[in-house]
Ligand binder design. Sequence first.
Ligand code: CUK
Ligand code: CUA
Length: 640
Amino acid sequence: MKQIFKISVGFLMLTLTFTSCNNVKSTKSNSALGTNAAEKVYVAPGEYDEFYAFISGGFSGQLSVYGLPSGRLFKVIPVFSQDAEKAYGYNEETKAMLNTSHGFVPWDDAHHPDISQTNGKLDGRYVYINANNTPRIAKVDLTTFETTEIIEIPNSAGNHSSSFVTENTEYVVAGTRFSVPIPQRDMSIKDYKGNFKGSLSFLKVNPENGEMSIKFQLLMPGFDYDLSHPGRGKSHGWFFFSTYNSEEANSLLEVNASQNDKDFIAAINWKKIEDYVNNGGGTKVPSKYAHNIYNEEDHTATSKMMQEVVQVKPSEVPGAIFLLPTPKSPHGCDVDPSGEYIVGNGKLSANLTVHSFTKMLDAIDNKKFDGEAYGIPILKFEDVLAGVVEQAGLGPLHTEFDDKGNGYTSFFISSEVVKWKLGTWEVLDRKPTFYSVGHVMIPGGNSAAPFGKYLLAMNKITKDRYLPTGPEVTQSAQLYDITGDKMEMLLDFPTVGEPHYAAGIPADLITPKSRKLYKLENNKHPYAAKSDADTKVTRNGNEVHVQMTMIRSHFSPDNIEGIKVGDKVYFHVTNLEQDYDVPHGIAMIGANTSELLVMPGQTETFVWEPKQVGVWPFYCTDFCSALHQEMQGYVRVSPA
Ligand code: CUK
Ligand code: CUA
């Protein structure tokens, strides 16, 4: 019976997606659209948006910055992928950001941005975001909108249930989706069950500068740890992880992995484990991983190879980990603003399961267990259940909350957002998405204090919604006004890459500190030339360092001689401007790198290895003044 159900759900997925894409446009689309939608999203030229939305780029590896309600794209912040536009990962200063224990890895798959918090409220200091493929967590500094740290997560694979922050940003979490042999070794895949492990890493955050360090790594049974959210308020100190494949199947063809009617939400008392580790608990295990820091003073990244982590097994800390049975392979695992309710979105289900934190504590106190898995107590479903949102839709994925006691859940298969009431579990409204929504986002949605004005739905499929652009059509985000009883669709805009999740924040929590100008006198770059008098060319064997300056509208020096074929020439270029928003660029013919785009007060470096004799021009790549075209020069390359 069970198998038939699952196959029919899979079939439904196909048929529903197909029909929605062909038929609904002219009818559903118009009925969903709010009455004065244009007025509500119009931000006049020169005016500012009310919110920033940081939208993950999925397989682009980056984080894009949009304004809400306008949907205007302001910036793509390079995080896990090289970016030729900003020279990120190309110039000598930032290459080290993409170092890993596997070497230089210039791409990843970025899913879940989360903004740092103080006392359960967004504080607008940093955005943390995860890389799925080669497990890493990055920190983006919101004074510069630049990636300033990337830490690799060892003993992990598919870093998916990441990178959510606790209510005082004590921790950023990094949870493994795939269980793997820990430590990695050559073994039969068929021996998965009982031998592969999941690892949940808790990264301690330095309150001064936001920097992460792996405090401990919890080795869990070999399930797939899909998503997570921190407790808050009364449940602060706990973290909740949805799991699937509690069967521990080595192949997830449906018959293997969805046999159990219920998987689990793992509830983890991280404070208890933190105490244990602070008192010397856990085992130091050799583990290589890169920790890369970008120092804004000298504008240079350094990469350090770390050598060990502290690992903790559940059996070492009794009473810290419990399993809450949750139906139908839960995907999203979301905690409401009060910290009382934990929503498990069973993606093969029509219902939403909501657990109660208070009931969970009661059941634990009364030791009402229903067996165990690898020594971890399993609680009884009925003992922890707060309520069920019945027949809410098909294929629930993710839930966010407003500040009025409502939940909003995305339904992938039935392609809609459903609004429901916490406590009564009644469905209040539903609106279609176009099409097949993944996450939804309400600014402050992962905090104790959401801003319940807008909801952003991030869609997987657009099909007929935009002008076609060849075989691939852009993915999209849709904005809804959620201030009234019924949701109103306002806007629909294309995204960069695949928008998995987003983090939104009122703009006035960020803008005052973000007009950052680097002071030239504070530039500590070892090859900075802070005036034309500092410029020079130095040779050491065939390594040549050219220290140059750029200012409207010339390079200094602009004629460079004495370079030979076979030289390795480092161009260190300092932008002497001290005006906000006046970058200059530079590039060299045939260079195996990107241009540089140097911000005022900063120094950047690219390497050029000339292969041919001649006199080769270079020029400024950013239109900077009326004499921009005059900003140019020559390098003479002589025979070796
Ligand atoms: S996942 Cu993409 S729709 Cu990576 Cu949060 Cu659910
Ligand atoms: Cu400097 Cu154009």
